[in-house]
Structures are given as structure tokens and as C-alpha cells.
Design a protein around this ligand. Structure first.
Ligand code: FES
Ligand code: FES
Length: 182
């Protein structure tokens, strides 16, 4: 069946099977930024924004997206020009394997669009459905608070564009064996 939607600001028509989730639809259409962790609505790795609300796309039927406005991590910055939220995660060392981070960032974007100056309790509450197996969360909380300042224009974005240092790589580390290829 055909699904008409606005995806990252562009009107598109995508093909879906009746049983597809929104995550299936996105990933099979080449939008692999949203990750598949649990596939049962428990980890938040697949978080995208639909009509202004962060949702877990693995448990959202694709058919319900017809006519919706969907934002994925692909709508944000590039390696050379990071979005302020991405830059805050990089500069606060808030990621290790990185598999949870697209979901964390989209959840943060949704939070800051409704609450531009969240306190720690509000950040913890907003991120309570997004799990991370690596970081221990404290740096993620720091990154979200920093991101709020950056989005408000109070702090510069990452000066280095968030590049991986020379000679280092984060591919092939097998630190999230339950997930798909990134
Ligand atoms: S993959 Fe969707 S919540 Fe875990
Ligand atoms: S950085 Fe969060 S799961 Fe690895």
C-alpha cells in the first residue's frame, strides 16, 4: 500500500506492507538513522517525531502515518555541520557505542520544542523511555541541559564538527550485539 507523508519537510509517498511498523517503513526506505533495538517499544532507540511528538516507531503501525509529518535524525545536522543538540552530545562525551543516540537526540528535540528550558527532573522524565547500555546516563543528562542552552543560542556548537579523531573508528566494535547494522 502507499503511505503519503511529509518526511523531514518533503512530501513523499512510500510503499509499505500492511503489517509494517513506521520503523520498518523508514529503514526499508533508506532512513536508517532510527535504530532497531528491542522492537517492542521498550528501549527508545527507534524514536522519531510524528506531528511534533516523539514516538517509538517500532510499535507505530505504518498505516497510521498516512498524512502525518515525520522527522527523523536525518533532518538534523551533518558531520561537518552538526545540529546544536548533536554538538552538545559530542562535546559532553554523551555517547559510547552510539546506538541509542539517534533516539536520545530526537527525544531531546521533542522535549526542547515544548519545554526550551527543562530542569533536571523534567529531562529525566522526558528521557525515561530511552535506554542506554553504555554511558550511565549522567553525561546524557548533561548533554540535554547543554543542548537547551545551545538551541537557545547561549552556547557555541562544537568547534571541531564532532569528527572522530584521526586513526580511530567506532565501527565493528560489536558493543551492541542485539541491534541491526548501524
Ligand atoms: S526498537 Fe523501538 S523501542 Fe526499542
Ligand atoms: S551509547 Fe547508549 S547504548 Fe551505547
Amino acid at each position: 500500500m502507499k503511505i503519503d507523508l511529509t518526511l523531514n519537510g518533503e512530501a513523499v509517498t512510500l510503499q509499505a506492507a500492511r503489517s509494517d511498523s513506521l520503523l520498518d517503513l523508514l529503514r526499508q526506505s533508506g532512513y536508517t538513522g532510527a535504530k532497531r533495538g528491542c522492537n517492542t517499544g521498550d528501549c527508545g532507540f527507534c524514536t522519531v517525531i510524528v506531528d511534533g511528538e516523539p514516538i517509538k516507531s517500532c510499535i507505530e503501525p505504518a498505516i497510521r502515518i498516512d498524512g502525518s509529518d515525520v522527522e527523523t535524525i536525518e533532518s538534523l545536522g551533518t558531520q561537518d555541520d552538526l545540529h546544536p543538540i548533536q554538538a552538545a552530545f559530542v562535546d559532553n562525551a554523551a555517547l559510547q557505542c552510539g546506538f541509542c543516540i539517534p533516539g536520545m537526540i530526537m527525544r531531546t528535540k521533542g522535549l526542547l520544542e515544548t519545554n526550551p528550558d527543562p530542569d533536571e527532573a523534567e529531562i529525566r522524565d522526558a528521557l525515561s523511555g530511552n535506554l542506554c547500555r553504555c554511558t550511565g546516563y549522567e553525561k546524557i543528562l548533561d548533554a540535554v541541559a547543554d543542548a537547551a542552552d545551545r538551541v537557545a543560542g547561549e552556547t557555541d556548537v562544537a568547534a571541531d564538527g564532532g569528527r572522530i579523531p584521526n586513526g580511530q573508528s567506532c565501527t565493528g566494535c560489536d558493543c551492541y550485539p542485539g541491534g541491526e547494522d548501524q
